[in-house]
Design a protein around this ligand. Sequence first.
Ligand SMILES: NC(=O)c1ccc[n+]([C@@H]2O[C@H](COP(=O)([O-])OP(=O)(O)OC[C@H]3O[C@@H](n4cnc5c(N)ncnc54)[C@H](OP(=O)(O)O)[C@@H]3O)[C@@H](O)[C@H]2O)c1
Length: 341
Amino acid sequence: MDPVIAIVGATGAVGELMCRVVIERRLPFREIRFLASERSAGKPIRFGDQTHTVLALSNEAFRDVDLVLASTPATISRIWSPVAAEAGATVVDNSSAWRMDPEVPLVVPEVNPEALDRIPKGIVANPNCSTIQMVVALKPLHDLAGIKRVVVSTYQASSGKGATGLADLDAQVRALGAGHPVPAAAAHIDRLAGNVLAHDWKPGEDDNSEEEWKMIRETRKIMGDDSIQVSATTVRVPVRTGHSESINVEFHRPITVAEARRALAAAPGIILADAPGTQSAPTPLGCEGRDEVFVGRLRADPTVPYGLNMWVVADNLRKGAATNAVQIADLLIRSGNIKRR
Ligand SMILES: NC(=O)c1ccc[n+]([C@@H]2O[C@H](COP(=O)([O-])OP(=O)(O)OC[C@H]3O[C@@H](n4cnc5c(N)ncnc54)[C@H](OP(=O)(O)O)[C@@H]3O)[C@@H](O)[C@H]2O)c1
């Protein structure tokens, strides 16, 4: 029997897109519910050509639910994901609440689908958006030559901060275009229009930000290799959707650009958009609305024994969140792994 699905955080930037991706990918279900905060309860929500009503999060809302696709702030997930799991559902959670819990698999289907074989808490974590697109690109290269060290700098879109982050940039851009005073930042730490913010994240436990620590730790967990060194600098840029990353990789063994190109071209979920000798490269606008990770500007780094540089771009709301979560849900449903526990 097809599952009963609940989309939690259905009114948010990721939640809205999850609804769309559920339809696009034809996820099978016999009933679907849309949950959010009290603020949204009772409001209509479009799902394909149907209109549903948003329900407030409650114990009752999870009755008979088999699969939850959650995208709320981590504080909310910490409370409600265990409630849903206790009620018998398997939860695929987009927040950072459970990612580093050793009893919660952290999954990118192109990289470590086998992690779904064990879901002791009934919760599966979707990784951070910047981490997802990076590990999709790193995995085929790791298999080829063993990754020793990664130095990554991100160029992250305003929608990475949800619906309010997007509204913040849009309001500032509109004011700039109209020659009006630019409104003060509401979601980001400072004005984003015409600016670049390397400090738009909570401080981490040392001088790295929380976002930088997510990239370091989540990469090791997903790749199943704690020896991989990751040095990250995360930066917000005035782009609506689509994160870009400059990635420098140092390998244990020799690897040529031609070998890397062949491996990337053959890997699932990757579009090799690399045309050496031309001025073409993947862009956030070019990747918006796409589910794949785009890799370009592949070139040797001769400053280390075995090194490569690449430019990796993906839609942060799709592959960085909604698509990855729905791919996980799809694997769970089709493997029969969400039978009521
Ligand atoms: N944006 C990205 O690129 C991205 C990528 C990967 C992961 N994530 C993660 O995914 C999660 C959602 O992100 P988002 O960008 O979609 O944020 P968002 O646009 O702010 O949406 C947040 C959602 O959570 C709901 N919510 C907030 N407080 C709630 C409460 N007290 N009770 C019940 N529901 C509540 C909101 O409902 P109301 O509308 O009723 O307030 C809304 O549906 C976050 O944990 C984020 O870190 C985001």
